[in-house]
Ligand binder design. Structure first.
Ligand code: ADP
Length: 477
């Protein structure tokens, strides 16, 4: 091809020379030969220049094709070669820019996939793991890529779903249980995937989402409804039974009337307490995320309460004693709710404490930054609340105490160490759950210490309001 062009280029001066001969008289002459010589020489020079530029352009274009960065433009003899090289350089730069942008986009997409919280796995038509993001590798092991999914995930439900989609089936969602290292429930979405522009075998995109918490809260809700209905059904069944007896066999029995009405009154009270506690709990849960705004005096609340609980304590021959300084810094709180917290704790201490013992309510201020000083301070407790000084109310009884295994579950709704005893004492099983939610709303802490055979201490820590030298108040911590 190159020789054809050269041939054509050499023919051109010969034609010109022939025309020149015709102009100088039609016959070969010295002048004609001179013109031929000159024109041929000029054509050869031009041809050489063109050939050299073409060669350089070809090398330059080849270099640009391989270069990932701009390439220095070589020197050219002809203006047209310079123009072509300029155009090549411009389009190479555009290609570099586009390539850079594509690489940036691909890296960003890769980073997004890698940092996705949920595991994401791409499977080949043979079920081999083509790609797995970091969450997937953390869950199923770093070595999962390049191997059959069954090598790292041994869940038959999931493998069946993947096989079904690989076999042409529609997308599907399955729930799988991973027993180790901690039991978790995952929702797996299995979708067919065809890479862009490929008509190869069908691939599968697998995404997993941890729904353990959702499942747990669903279960808790179901348990709660079951427990609440059970708690209500028992006194209700007793009421219906006694009403039937009073209308039937015991219609004219005056003694039975007295006795049965007494029981019915107790059962109705039990139902009423339960309904009140359920309502309190749902109200407290609703505003748990809205912290209170008013300043309250915890010492005053506790003193007022103990006065009203004296009677109840006396009935069980329990002595109520308040310890601590006469005044404490205020806390930001809801007076009614805090009153409910201390009422439930003191009430429990009276209920579960032994007869003829003492229940003490110790008030103090604990400052982790100043542990070992201050009013009734306790370094161990001070370290248990995160930052700043805290008002500390500790209710101690000399009851039977609570075994260690029960402690973590005591604040669960309807959890009781001894259900029969709690019911006999008028308990609803909701008191400590209410305490926990109110304390949470106040950004405080509830600490339970107990020793079987000796008694228990329920301590509430509430962030104290700091009073500055100028007299301004601000919440501590
Ligand atoms: P209840 O209405 O049954 O008292 P709570 O939520 O107040 O419900 O308490 C839950 C359980 O914690 C009680 O049933 C009881 O077993 C145990 N408990 C609470 N306070 C004490 C305490 N001071 N001493 C011993 N056990 C307690």
């Amino acid at each position: 091809m190159r020789f054809t062009i050269i041939g054509l280029l050499l023919a051109a001066p010969t034609v010109i020379a022939a025309i020149a001969l015709i102009f100088v008289g039609g016959l070969p002459s010295l002048a004609g030969a001179g013109i031929i010589l000159f024109v041929t020489a000029a054509a050869l020079v031009i041809l050489r220049l063109i050939y050299r530029d073409t060669n350089r352009l070809v090398h330059y274009a080849d270099a640009l094709g391989e270069a990932k960065k701009p390439v220095a433009t070589p020197l050219f003899d002809s203006i047209s070669a310079i123009a072509i090289a300029g155009a090549l350089a411009r389009s190479h730069q555009q290609w570099l820019d586009r390539d850079g942008a594509d690489a940036g986009r691909a890296a960003a997409a890769e980073a997004v996939l890698e940092t996705l919280h949920d595991p994401l796995i791409l499977l080949s038509g043979e079920r081999d793991v083509l790609r797995a993001n970091q969450a997937a590798r953390a869950l199923f092991g770093e070595r999962m890529v390049g191997r059959d999914l069954a090598g790292s995930v041994r869940n038959p439900t999931l493998l069946e779903a993947v096989d079904a989609v690989l076999g042409g089936g529609a997308s599907r969602t399955v729930e799988i249980l991973l027993p180790v290292p901690v039991e978790r429930t995952l929702q797996a979405r299995v979708k067919p995937f065809q890479p862009l522009g490929s008509n190869g075998p069908r691939q599968v995109l697998l995404t997993l989402h941890d729904i353990t918490l959702l499942k747990r809260s669903e279960q808790m809700r179901a348990d709660f409804v079951a427990n609440a209905s059970h708690e209500l059904r028992t006194p209700l069944a007793a009421l219906i039974g006694f009403i039937e007896t009073l209308r039937g066999p015991a219609k004219d029995d005056r003694d039975a009337h007295e006795r049965f009405l007494g029981i019915m009154f107790d059962q109705s009270n039990r139902m009423s307490r339960l309904v009140n506690d359920l309502l309190s709990l749902s109200r407290i849960e609703m505003d748990e995320h809205t912290p209170p705004t008013t300043e309250v005096d915890v010492a005053k609340i506790v003193r007022n309460l103990t006065a009203t609980l004296e009677l109840r304590a006396a009935a069980r021959k329990v002595k109520l004693r308040i310890e601590g300084p006469p005044a404490l810094p205020p806390v930001i709180g809801d007076e009614d709710q805090l009153s409910q917290v201390f009422q439930n704790l003191i009430d429990n201490a009276i209920k579960y404490g032994k007869e003829q013992t003492e229940v003490t309510v110790n008030l103090s201020i604990n400052d982790p930054n100043n542990a070992g000083t201050g009013m009734g301070s306790n370094a161990a407790l001070a370290g248990r609340i995160t930052r700043g000084p805290a008002i500390c109310v500790a209710v101690t009884d000399r009851g039977e105490g609570i075994a260690r295994t029960h402690l973590p579950r005591l604040t669960e709704r309807f959890y009781r160490v001894d259900p029969a005893r709690s019911r006999a004492l008028g308990g609803t099983g909701l008191g400590l759950a209410i305490v926990k939610h109110i304390v949470n709303r106040h950004r405080g802490r509830l600490i339970i210490d107990s020793e079987v055979g000796k008694g228990s201490t329920f301590t509430v820590l509430l962030p104290a309001v700091k009073v500055s030298a100028e007299g301004d108040v601000k919440k501590a911590g």
